[in-house]
Design a protein around this ligand. Structure first.
Ligand SMILES: [Zn+2]
Length: 229
């Protein structure tokens, strides 16, 4: 079991990160359970949603909220905001950005599935604002493994939806730097971007460790999750 994470999450009293592909395809929530259990995380306390590349966020403020979610069919959404203990949530990616944001005190945290469509709909900005509005003061963040600018080639129709600072021109081709765009949005939301870590793990370029839709065109997903004991 190999997990990519940020030590500051643990310092904040949270458990979370992104699993490498060695754990297998995580599309099915049943497949995820043994890995939560190995980490001492109760699988029933991890919430799931149906991702649609939207800007919709679900908030969990209590254990009752979590139980209510677990008893209803999966809702459409792409970001979680959680302000209660013994609660957590998961997202699935295969090139999209798993965006982790949390208050350094660990009292509230967010996890967003940011594909390029979510990014252009300002999902990183909206998630950061929601966390602030819930009362977070000292927000830290980490961007899990995703497609980096080395591999994220786009056509003009996609590129024109991004700010010029996020566009990389190389050998007559156009690439997007999602890190730059997300950091820009988090800064717009008022976050200190020195507190946001963007390690360079490229899902598309590293077939040994990651699934990648862009590379393989197979529906296989990496699991990211966050949980407060
Ligand atoms: Zn790459």
């Amino acid at each position: 079991m190999k997990i990519y994470t940020d030590n500051r999450l643990l310092s904040a009293g949270l458990i979370g990160g992104t699993f490498s592909r060695h754990t297998g395809n995580m599309c099915d929530t049943q497949a995820q359970r043994p890995f939560y259990e190995q980490l001492g995380v109760p699988a029933d306390n991890i919430a799931h949603f149906h991702q649609t590349h939207s800007d919709r966020l679900i908030t969990i403020t209590s254990n009752q909220d979590l139980q209510a979610l677990q008893q209803t069919p999966l809702q459409d959404a792409d970001a979680w905001l959680i302000t209660a203990a013994h609660c957590g949530a998961a997202i699935l990616t295969a090139d999209c950005v798993p965006l982790f944001l949390w208050d350094s005190a660990g009292t509230m945290f967010a996890l967003a599935h940011c594909g390029w469509k979510g990014v252009v709909q300002q999902l990183p900005y909206k998630t950061a604002r929601a966390l602030q509005q819930a009362g977070a003061h000292h927000i830290q963040g980490w961007l899990g493994p995703h497609i980096q600018s080395c591999c994220f080639e786009v056509q003009q129709d996609v590129a024109q939806q991004f700010s010029s600072s996020s566009i990389v021109h190389k050998q007559g081709k156009i690439f997007i730097n999602l890190n730059t765009e997300i950091l820009h949005q988090l800064q717009q939301a008022g976050l200190d971007t020195l507190q946001i870590k963007t390690p360079y793990y490229c899902t598309c370029g590293d077939a040994e460790n990651f699934f990648s839709w862009r590379r393989d065109h197979i529906r296989q997903n990496l699991l990211s999750f966050i949980y407060k004991p």
